[in-house]
Design a binder for this molecule. Sequence first.
Ligand code: ZN
Length: 274
Amino acid sequence: MAEARIIPDHRKKELNRIADFVSSMFSDKNVTLLEEIVRFENLNLYVDHYENYFDGMLVYDDNEFHIHINQDRGNDLHTNRGRFSLSHELAHYYINEHRIGLQSGLLEPHASFTDGGNNDPIELEADYFAGCLLMPFKKLYYFDTVKKFSLEKIKAISESFKVSLLAAVIRYCQTCTQELMFVVSRNNTVEWYDRNDHFPKWPFRFKVKGSLPPTTVAGEFFTKTDAKFTTVEEIEPNDWFYPFPNDHRANRKMNEQCFYSDGFGYVISLLWFR
Ligand SMILES: [Zn+2]
């Protein structure tokens, strides 16, 4: 649930500051140069086959740090997934409490998964840091290759910053100035969602781990044949929400645009106002 997925603002600020600084030292235009960071910090990096055990893992052993990246789950230094997994492990190294925890043995080495739905506070922090490291606030804020918001903008960010669409959506939602929400679903079941502070706090017509509302674009994709719409679709706020009756936004039209990740089986619905 998004409510449980909150990092306090002061903590976000601190993580952002560190990630921003590191990224500013090691980047080429919009691309953060992760391998240069690994070299600079003298970290041991292994890109290898670890079956399905994790996407990435940071281990402290013999006074050195070792980062393991799992090729068997699509991670490589040049795949967007691998870049996020490596950034997540770098986060555990750069965030003092995580690094010192691993060094002192207070924190056990753990399997990290790159699916964006983490709830554990340490994983949430590492995911947030990874997003900041790969997409520093200013670079994203002034990114205007695509001006008007739609999935096209997210695709352009993904290409320019070399991040996955999901990572781009999460980070863009955190930094943009418009009302934006997204819902990640699989097999007609809502897995998780996030909305930024600008988006109205309306109650939902869905529950996490419950079915998608049937009249939404994502809901129709799962329940009807030939309903895989990839363009921007006009919907009503009450397709997804129970808008507050006196809220002027309840009468505005909304957009929903879906991204279908065939490889990983999930659908991302982007929701914003016309
Ligand atoms: Zn982790």
